[in-house]
Design a protein around this ligand. Sequence first.
Ligand SMILES: NC(=O)c1ccc[n+]([C@@H]2O[C@H](COP(=O)([O-])OP(=O)(O)OC[C@H]3O[C@@H](n4cnc5c(N)ncnc54)[C@H](O)[C@@H]3O)[C@@H](O)[C@H]2O)c1
Length: 359
Amino acid sequence: MFLLKPFIMIYMKTVGVGVIGCGSIGKYHIDRCLKLSEAKVVAVCDIDKEALKEVKEKFKIENLYVDYHDLLDKKDVEAVVVSLPNYLHAPVTIDALKAGKHVLCEKPPALNAKQVEEMFVTSKKAGRKLVIGLTRRFSNATRVLKKYVGDGALGEVYLAKCGYLRRTGIPGMGSWFTTKALAGSGAVFDIGVHALDMTFWIMNDFKAESVYASTYAKFGPRGKAAGDWGKPVPGGPFNVEDLGITLIKMKSGATVYLEAAWASFAPKAEFYVHLLGDAGGLDYPAMNLITEENGRIVTRKIECEEKEDPYLVEMRHFIVDCILKDEEPITKPEEIILLQKTLDAILESAEKGGEVKVH
Ligand SMILES: NC(=O)c1ccc[n+]([C@@H]2O[C@H](COP(=O)([O-])OP(=O)(O)OC[C@H]3O[C@@H](n4cnc5c(N)ncnc54)[C@H](O)[C@@H]3O)[C@@H](O)[C@H]2O)c1
C-alpha cells in the first residue's frame, strides 16, 4: 500500500494545457487533449477572433486570449502546445519554456538549426520538456519498422528512399505557408520533414555528411494545385518550392533519397519509405519485409494494425510520459538539431546548385 501511493498520485494528476494557435492542427490538438483524462485544456490563444469563437463553441473552452503572453501568465497552464506558423515556433516556444511551461511544438522544428539549438538550450536551462510534433514517429508502423532495423533484420542499411508526394495539395495558397520569410520553405519543410524524420529515425541515423538538392515552383506561382489544408489568402505571395528532391550522403556511407511535393503530376499521391540493407529490405506503407530464405528472395507481409490515432499517441507521450512520468521526449535534441541542419542544407544546395556539406 505504501509503495502504491506515489504511483496513484502521479496518475491522478491532470495537466493544465494551453494551446497557442487554433488553426487546422491546433484544433486537432485540443480534440486530442480532451480525449486524455490526464489533460485539461485550460486556455487557448489565437490572433484571429473567429478562430477563438469557433473553438469556444466547439470545445466549450472559456479562457480565450489574443496575446500568447497572457496565456503564459496563467498559473494553471503547465504545458503549452505551439501550433503556429513556422516562423513563430522558436520565439513562442522559447518564451513558453522561460515562463516555466513544458512545450509540444509543431514541425518543422523551426526556421533554421540555430533557432532549434536555442530552443533546446532553453528547455535544458528551464528544466522543462520540449517535444517536437513529428507525428509519424507515433504511428505503430513506424515503431515496428524501427524495431526490425534495430534488431538487424536488414543487415547494414545502405540505401533509403522516401517521399511525400501530393498532386494538388498546396496548403494556404498566398498565406504564411507560401511565404518564405514566414514558412522557411515550402514542401520540403512542410511535408518532406515527415518523410525524412521517419526515415532517419527508423535507420537510427541522423548524421548526414552532405546533400545535393533541387527545388521547383511550377504550380504555386500560377495559383494552381491548391489543397484543402490552411486558409488561402487571395493575391498573397508564393515564393517557396512546391517540389524538392534531395540526395543525402550519410556519414556512415549510406545514401538517402528524399522527394517532397505539394503539387505534381506524380503517378500517385503517396507517402513512402523504402529501405535496402545487405540482408533485407523494407517497404512502407505496404509493410513488406523482403529477405532471403533457402536461397530465394521472399516477400513477407508484416501484420501491423494501426490501433490508435498517432496524434493522440503523440499527445499522450507529451502529457503522460514526459510531464507526469518525467521521461525524456522521444524527439531527442541531438536528432532534431541534425534533422534541421539537413533541411537547412537542402535549401542551401538548391539555392547554390551543387553539393553542400551539412554542418
Ligand atoms: N504534425 C502534423 O502532422 C502537422 C499537420 C499540420 C500542420 N502542422 C504544423 O502546425 C503548424 C500550424 O499549421 P496549421 O495548418 O494549423 O496552420 P493554420 O494557418 O491553419 O493555423 C495557424 C493559426 O495560428 C494563428 N496565429 C498566427 N499568428 C499568431 C500569433 N502571433 N498568436 C496566436 N495565434 C497566431 C493563426 O490565426 C491560425 O489560426 C505549422 O507549423 C504546420 O507545419 C503539423
